[in-house]
Ligand binder design. Structure first.
Ligand code: UDP
Ligand code: MG
Length: 132
């Protein structure tokens, strides 16, 4: 996902360019907005964490871009491209180092495993919206 802080600042094109320049193929793509309850479902794993309410209100406050991306070792390659959760710790040149505002408003989401990538793709897209 391209998160609300980045969409609000007009960064959709810049971030998609970084993603495709890094060799990812876009297999599904949409601009949409999460309801609060959808954000709570998406981030349910973090429901006991102190930042959960801030995270879900931020993620539902304005539109996001959802994408399914393809590359060899896509999960780890994408996490390398986006950098650390905290932009002050993210390597130079990573998407979060370039664009993120804070550890919370960090511009992009990446799946953390192949299993969760499939669950998250199916959260955002119906079968015929994903090309293969
Ligand atoms: N987050 C936060 N404070 C924290 C940790 C995480 O606000 O201390 C937010 C942040 O937006 C992060 C998301 O919760 O991207 C999910 O956290 P996770 O640890 O899964 O980080 P990610 O996988 O996005 O790097
Ligand atoms: Mg995560």
């Amino acid at each position: 996902m391209i998160k609300p802080d980045a969409v609000e600042r007009g960064l959709i094109g810049d971030i998609l360019k970084d993603i495709t320049n890094a060799g990812f193929k876009i297999k599904a793509l949409k601009l949409t907005q999460l309801s609060l309850s959808e954000a709570e479902t998406f981030y349910a794993i973090h429901s006991k964490r102190p930042f959960f309410n801030d995270l879900t209100s931020y993620m539902s406050r304005s539109p996001i871009v959802a994408a399914v991306l393809e590359k060899d070792n896509a999960v780890s390659e994408f996490r390398n491209l986006i950098g650390d959760t905290d932009p002050s710790k993210a390597n130079e040149g990573t998407i979060r180092a370039k664009y993120a505002i804070s550890k919370g408003e960090n511009s992009v989401h990446g799946s953390d495993s192949d299993e969760n990538a499939k669950i998250e793709a199916e959260f955002h897209f119906s079968g015929r919206e994903i090309l293969f």
